[in-house]
Design a protein around this ligand. Structure first.
Ligand code: S3P
Length: 184
């Protein structure tokens, strides 16, 4: 375990659903030869249940507790990881504190219409792991954005607007802005 005064040596992505956290994170981890951890996947692995199943059977509060436990464990890892934090990871104050103590926190941001286009019809029908936007993704995402914008800003040191960018453009920006490109 690392002493609490040392930052966790991780690069963490935060942001709303469909901003590309997992895709970008996984590719950057590969490029840097770091481990990759996606908090939703980890929850799935640990509980043997999907995000949707947990929401439906135990409710959001239980999900947020498991999410917190996963983030806490991840932040104690001493080898550098790229972590894709799920959209709501910034909701708890204790999570925000953990995030602020990580080496880099990157907020992937995008105008709502971009996210709605990306999510599209999947959410109207009930997208796999996103029960919070079932039915009316545009309206629900807007509500989430308004509730969370200041929290993403609070924890992040770098903000990247992904509108109009290809995955590779986002990766390049992350590597330049963190200064990690020269060390890879
Ligand atoms: C959530 C985001 C989802 C998933 C769950 C709740 C949120 O993850 O954890 O549906 O509260 O924003 P992604 O951000 O990976 O879609």
């Amino acid at each position: 375990m690392i002493p609490p005064t040392l930052p966790a040596p991780h690069l963490v992505f935060v942001g709303l659903m469909a901003t590309g956290k997992s895709t970008v994170g996984r590719r950057i981890a590969h490029k840097l030869s770091w481990e990759f951890l996606d908090t939703d996947d980890e929850i799935n692995r640990l509980t043997g249940r999907t995000v949707r199943q947990i929401f439906e059977t135990d409710g959001e509060d239980f999900f947020r507790q498991v999410e917190h436990d996963v983030l806490t464990t991840a932040c104690r890892l001493t080898t550098p990881h790229v972590i894709a934090g799920a959209g709501g990871i910034i909701l708890r104050a204790d999570n925000r504190q953990l995030l602020k103590n990580s080496r880099f926190v990157i907020w992937l941001n995008a105008p709502l219409h971009v996210l709605v286009e990306r999510i599209g019809q999947r959410a109207v029908k009930g997208d796999g792991h996103r029960p919070l936007i079932d039915g009316n993704p545009a309206e629900r995402l807007q509500k989430l954005y308004l509730e969370r914008e200041s929290l993403y800003r609070e924890v992040s040191s770098i903000e990247i607007d992904v509108e109009g960018l290809q995955i590779q453009d986002v990766i390049d920006k992350v590597l330049i802005e963190t200064g990690l490109e020269t060390k890879s």
